[in-house]
Design a protein around this ligand. Sequence first.
Ligand SMILES: [Zn+2]
Length: 104
Amino acid sequence: MSTHIHIIEDEKGDVVDYNYFCSDLCNQSFCGEHDLHYDGEYGQVEHDANVLCENCEEPLRGLTNEHGTDQTEEEWNSWKEEVKNLKLKPYLDVLQNKIGLEYR
Ligand SMILES: [Zn+2]
């Protein structure tokens, strides 16, 4: 597990959320771009759900599947495939609109 996190705290210092990253580099550049305080490297984090790197959208493997049990290699691969298709879809729609327009 090589997930890195950036902890988001409220003004009282309570943890309110996490940003997930594939690498410390992505953590740093995301914090830089979004005016967040970079707290130093925080890697090797384990998390239950699959997530995407907040910065580059690299899929990051979680421990469990949607049923809350251990995620198998197969489930992980199909999740990645699904995400890839979701990310491609907006581009495909744009492409199809463009083709549609050219036919008018
Ligand atoms: Zn990344």
